[in-house]
Design a protein around this ligand. Sequence first.
Ligand code: HEC
Length: 177
Amino acid sequence: MNNTLRQLGLALGIVSLTALLASCAPPPQNQSTSTGSGETKSTESSTASSSTSSTSSAPSSGGVPAPGNDDPEAKKGMILFVQQGCNACHMNPASGKDYPDLRGLYGSKVKLADGSEVVADEAYLKESIVDPNKKVVAGYTPSMASYSYLKEEQINQLIAYIKSLKDQQPVYTKEAK
Ligand code: HEC
């Protein structure tokens, strides 16, 4: 006879059912306490609390610098700059050093790959957007596609944005090669 008697009577059917109450927390009602101590910035006191002051329509992603002036065209240009993905390359914290930083560009002298030099005026900025491989900045791989499909108005807004950055310091500089 076999001493090892293995009989597994598995009759354990314990079902422990813990009631899971996935209580969806209701969204907190943002009762915008609009800075009770308004520092007498009442430019238009009559239009107070007429609507939510949603000035945050511009995406603040990718480290895109704010326009350097109050030009509304420059602000539109910044939004376009993000929408069109310009910031995927230019002034991007992840890849910025591989692409020209556009701060301080306007009015400056740009060294081109063919050894010549050009002043970054409006015409140059426009050409750089519409026909980017015509004048290639020295030290960079010409990887930018043409944005000639943009409307004239949009190109001008992008130019206004880049112009507004002229007094800012470039952050991403290419390694000396
Ligand atoms: C895929 C990456 C990439 C994207 C996206 C891109 N660019 Fe560029 N851009 C480059 C590169 C690389 C250069 C430098 C080589 C050259 O001159 O073509 C350049 C050059 C420029 C220049 C000239 C810079 C200088 O120092 O003279 C301007 C202005 C410019 N781009 C604007 C834009 C705008 C505006 C957009 C969006 C509408 C954009 N770029 C999108 C890669 C990109």
